[in-house]
Design a protein around this ligand. Structure first.
Ligand code: PRP
Ligand code: URA
Length: 211
């Protein structure tokens, strides 16, 4: 199997907004707004190769064969909690998408992902499934989410995040080589507590003001 691709979305607007998000004094409100704005731009890249078909339409001037999306509706899968911050921007661009939810948190000692919730549409096998989480650190959470989705039949999966650590990218490529990754930046490293450095801190806490 070929190794999954990693796409860094280096659009100037994404990079500018990401810098503001990283700053420690950026407010909770701004952090959420910027994440939503960036998610729209990440969605644009992650759906760039969606398949099209054509249909016959009437413009005010004539009939034409016009492009339209083919296939079944996409499924977005935010990893709770912080993945919710990417969802609304994605739905702004693809309003008809289905949404699955997976609840995972990292055990602070072991950094293993603990699952507490899963709810997905039944027919995942013939849909494009896009997993959302702002942070790919150890990739334990992303790998567990992808594993669970595969158990439920998903075969065409992509992972969209804001920041990735090189360690997390390596792990996803090893554990799920079929899953392309889209992110705004790959940072330097993980620290001893499993946080991305320089990073932006704890994404969930910064989104919801819980610390
Ligand atoms: C954060 C983040 C990811 C996970 C990434 O969630 O939103 O889900 O950590 O780390 P990993 O790649 O090492 O697994 P967290 O566990 O803090 O839960 P929360 O979203 O509920 O705050
Ligand atoms: N989860 C976060 O929210 N931030 C990190 O840096 C790593 C994991």
């Amino acid at each position: 199997m070929t190794l999954s691709s990693v796409t860094v979305v280096d659009h100037p607007l994404v990079q500018h907004k990401l810098t503001i998000m990283r700053e420690r004094d950026t407010s909770t409100k701004s952090f959420r707004t910027l994440l939503r704005e960036i998610s729209l731009l990440l969605c644009y890249e992650a759906t760039r190769d969606l398949e099209l078909t054509t249909k016959s339409i009437e413009t005010p001037l004539q009939t034409m064969q016009a492009p339209t999306l083919s296939g079944k509706k996409l499924v977005f899968v935010p990893i709770l909690r912080a993945g919710m911050g990417l969802l609304e921007g994605m739905l702004d661009l693809v309003p008809s998408a289905r949404v699955a939810h997976i609840g995972l948190y990292r055990d602070h000692e072991t950094l293993q992902a603990i699952e507490y919730y899963f709810k997905a549409p039944e027919d995942l096998s013939d849909r494009l499934v896009i997993v959302l989480d702002p942070m790919l650190a150890t990739a334990n959470s992303a790998s567990a989410a992808i594993e669970r989705l595969k158990e439920h039949g998903a075969r065409n999966i992509r992972f969209v995040c804001l920041l990735a650590a090189p360690e997390g990218v390596a792990k996803i490529r090893a554990s799920h080589p079929d899953v392309p990754v889209y992110c705004a930046a790959i940072d330097t490293r993980l620290n001893e507590k499993g946080y991305i450095v320089p990073g932006l801190g704890d994404a969930g806490d910064r989104m919801y003001g819980t610390k």
